[in-house]
Design a binder for this molecule. Structure first.
Ligand SMILES: [Zn+2]
Length: 172
């Protein structure tokens, strides 16, 4: 797997109009709705100063069984047991605990984390982690969603559960 280079950046999702649901479309036609509260978490956790460490959590929501579209209605926020540095993050077990309180159809549908750059580029480690998440995914969704929040924009990928193919989404 080759890590993406800056020249490969095609799509970014802005932090504009965070009070409204943001619609993101993937090349395979799947549409993702990102609720305002999730956009606000991404926005608030941005690494906008050099002392701020990487933040992240789980994306919560559901897959529409009829359309195959996804909704991210919530996200777990940084927890005290997270191990955070400027460029790395290990989520504490509290994120898993928070998942237990969710009622069907709501569940884990991916992860988010921040990067200190304006426009985030997934690292080799990120892509490895996403592939591992797909293999471990106990949820029955056909894909998982991964978000990286940069300081000026965020980017969203959908990873197919069966083939592990990553597709980047663009704002509709
Ligand atoms: Zn990363």
């Amino acid at each position: 797997m080759i890590a993406l280079q800056k020249k490969d950046v095609k799509y970014v999702v802005t932090y504009n109009d965070r009070a409204f649901i943001k619609k993101i479309v993937f090349q395979n036609g799947i549409v993702l709705d990102v609720f305002p509260e999730v956009q606000e978490i991404l926005y608030m956790q941005r690494q906008t100063s050099s002392r701020l460490t990487e933040a992240g959590g789980m994306l919560l929501g559901y897959e529409n069984a009829c359309t195959g579209n996804f909704t991210i209605s919530g996200a777990t926020e940084p927890q005290v047991e997270d191990i955070r540095s400027r460029v790395s993050l290990l989520l504490g077990k509290q994120h898993q605990e928070l998942l237990k309180s969710l009622k069907s159809p709501y569940g884990y549908i991916g992860t988010w984390h921040t990067h200190p750059s304006k426009i985030p580029i997934p690292s080799f480690v990120d892509i490895q982690d996403w592939k591992k998440s797909i293999i471990k995914n106990s949820n029955s969704t056909s894909a998982l969603i991964f978000i990286i929040a940069g300081t000026e924009a965020f980017r969203v990928w959908l990873c197919d559960s069966t083939r592990g193919i990553l597709i980047e989404g663009k704002e509709l």
